[in-house]
Ligand binder design. Structure first.
Ligand SMILES: [Zn+2]
Length: 104
């Protein structure tokens, strides 16, 4: 039961941080640690399970998913909830090597 999946940071954008996409979608975006593909999954965990950690609402348990490109399993953790452009900018500063939120 101790088999660990590779982990990668995920972003769950809501509200003002998600204006560039369908507001009906509730997805977690991530980059596959196996093949480097950008991917996303439907967010499954309740927002109440997110807790403030290091200035962000985060799900520190994360979600296990399968990459659509290489079919390998990974754990998306932590999942960081971003509500607006300000939080998005802060996320980019803290997780600068993740390249998850590309500015336009
Ligand atoms: Zn992959």
């Amino acid at each position: 039961m101790d088999r660990r999946n590779l982990e990668t940071v995920g972003v769950r954008r809501t509200g003002w941080a998600a204006l560039d996409r369908d507001p009906q979608q509730d997805t977690v975006e991530f980059i596959c640690p196996h093949c480097g593909a950008r991917d996303k999954k439907n967010a499954r965990r309740e927002r109440a399970l997110y807790h403030f950690t290091d200035g962000f609402l985060q799900d520190l348990q994360g979600e296990v998913t399968q990459c659509h490109a290489c079919k390998q399993y990974l754990r998306v953790v932590p999942i960081v909830m971003l509500h607006d452009q300000d939080e998005t900018r802060r996320f980019e500063a803290v997780f600068s090597d993740e390249q998850l939120v590309t500015p336009h």
